[in-house]
Design a protein around this ligand. Sequence first.
Ligand SMILES: [Zn+2]
Length: 301
Amino acid sequence: MSGKADPRPAGEGTTSRARLDRGRGALGPALELVHTGRAPTRAVLTAELGVTRATAGAVAAELEALGLIRVDARPTAAAGSQGRPSHRLEVAREGPVVLAAQVHSDGFRAALVGLGGRIVATTPSCETVDADPAKVLGAAVDAGAELLRRTGRRCVGAGLAVPSAVTEPEGLALNPLHLAWPAGAPVREIFAERIRAAGVPGPAFAANDVNLAALAEHRHGAGRGSRDLLCVATGHRGVGGALVLDGRLHTGSSGLALEVGHLTVNPEGRPCHCGGRGCLDVEADPLALLTAAGRAPGPEG
Ligand SMILES: [Zn+2]
């Protein structure tokens, strides 16, 4: 929908403010559309938001003024505009970032990630994971905070991915089977505390690594534009699953939905760290595949 007549009289000076007031509720959805690449032009943004062209223009201008997107006013017949010239939209390369940290069986590292899912900077990988989660998360947060100092980027939040089911709403790492961490370690609370202590602004969140990977694929990768997404993934050890339904992560009542790693796929199979036998986790993870191929796992796992 576009080109709908603006019913207000054009009171010079107040016009753009009035448009913006009506478009203010659209700022978040508009930023998400540009962030996920679904609104490459102002014409597409107008159609996706279902507002007038004038309102979409005011919303895009406000997001640009906030340093979140860039509006390229040079006319171009870009995709989605049916050949009609439209301003191009893209995320601001110097916009805000989040501090992202990941722990896996063979190490951990931190990174700064900007709008559009662009990685701005990463720390070197640390290859030992202490048995005390507070030490590991403290080191990852300190490394990420150092990146923020060095780059001078504005931080709006922090996220941590761990190779364990994370309970909802408590944020406990229920089964960190590939780490020496105690089962039930309060990883979300520890991470948030370390983030606060390091002076990193914004909220802090911790979740299962495959759940977060599924969300990332849904927004920026293989699942972009789809309604639902099933993700079964493996990184260094084990196999995890996640389900995005109608654009939202399906975690179940306690955060443990789609923990597929311990489904039995071979009753006569290898013993699993969970106490079972022949779980997907030990039958189909990188270690099992390397072994089946007659290769010894290297330092990269
Ligand atoms: Zn198992």
